[in-house]
Write a new protein. Sequence first.
Lengths: 250, 250
Amino acid sequence: MTTDRIWTAALLIIGDEILSGRTQDANLAYLAKWLGVQGIRLKEVRVIADDMDAIAAAVQALSAGHDYLFTTGGIGPTHDDITVDAIAAALGLNVVVHPQAKAILAEYYGENLTEARLRMARTPEGATLIENPRTKAPGIRIRNIFIMAGVPVITQGMLAALDGQLQGGAPVLSRTVAAWTQESAAAATLLAVEKAHPGVQIGSYPFWREGKTGANFVIRSTDPARLDAVAQALMAALAAAGIAPIDGEL
Amino acid sequence: MTTDRIWTAALLIIGDEILSGRTQDANLAYLAKWLGVQGIRLKEVRVIADDMDAIAAAVQALSAGHDYLFTTGGIGPTHDDITVDAIAAALGLNVVVHPQAKAILAEYYGENLTEARLRMARTPEGATLIENPRTKAPGIRIRNIFIMAGVPVITQGMLAALDGQLQGGAPVLSRTVAAWTQESAAAATLLAVEKAHPGVQIGSYPFWREGKTGANFVIRSTDPARLDAVAQALMAALAAAGIAPIDGEL
């Protein structure tokens, strides 16, 4: 029985450029959805600077606390790319040149495989590689840690290479009911419907659009039949409270 | 002498909708830049679920580790808005109805100030309020913690109300030099220039655009004169390495 077991993951985003606001992260939402398909729940994300001690501390906490830890950023060829060294230090492992990674880079760069580029073949000892269809320099798997690139298009290629390879449980499904209402007017109804359906979560997400107020109510469950039943119950309860429900997202 | 002291902040993003990938966070980058203007450095961000224990643990760690902690999300009128309760629990404080917040909501909602809406007047005991020009329900300051909305336009209004009110140090300034090059070709140059200028950081951010490879090299320092000197030194060093430098961002 693996269906009852909940598999969780954390994401560690490494990079001064995210913390300075220069770069808008695009990996979180993509990874979250990808994990959802694998039946793994993203439970925690941290964003930290390119700092050895900060990376090592976060890696220790997050890899111990979750089934899987994904990191993004800091695996390129330049001096500010310290993720591999920091993770190896956190795990008490040496950093080695991975023969297969070196071979991949040698084929790609030919005689231009400089010392800087060879940095991208360094891994914690005992690691396996994650294919990078886009720019070749591979991602790295060590224990339950998946070390990915920071550039979204590269990360997405690496995740495609991992598709279906990680053990997970039942995916969390969602269904949205919406209404043109202030969410505060629906609050009591939402609470009552959620309480009447244990194991189902209902999130309320208000918005303001073209001078009108609305809210999306997102129902989450691993059971599609239950999801449907709760959606029907919520729409009936909203209507009873004088709020016209919409079956779907606004 | 406050100029040598480095002031730091953390951001705690609270919300299942971010972790599920349904909603793309837009507060991190905005807050990061806003903090930069105040002379405060964003050092760490965490994203966690709408979960009492997870919120309390993160609040304790982050408020102790930084001069300021900002939270976003979970302060609305619905049952999944538990941030105030979780933060009060983390600090060992009672939750009270804040008289001033109640007065603000009473003026805004009139006779429609329902129990659900009154939830938005609840604060940890001893808190002060942060003005919300957009939808009135205020943000909350308790000790070094600033409890903000999740909806970006509301958060931005609250930050505007806090503008210039927080003590900070010298803002970190940045200047960008770029080149149409693989960053690996510039790696040795970047390292040499950074090493020759202690206290200055150079980040390297590659990109691929219309089939071409380029990189932005972002120089960061609190000293504008130093920033300029390092930019000149980096451009000269890149040119000496056969890489045509561009003064500015690509």
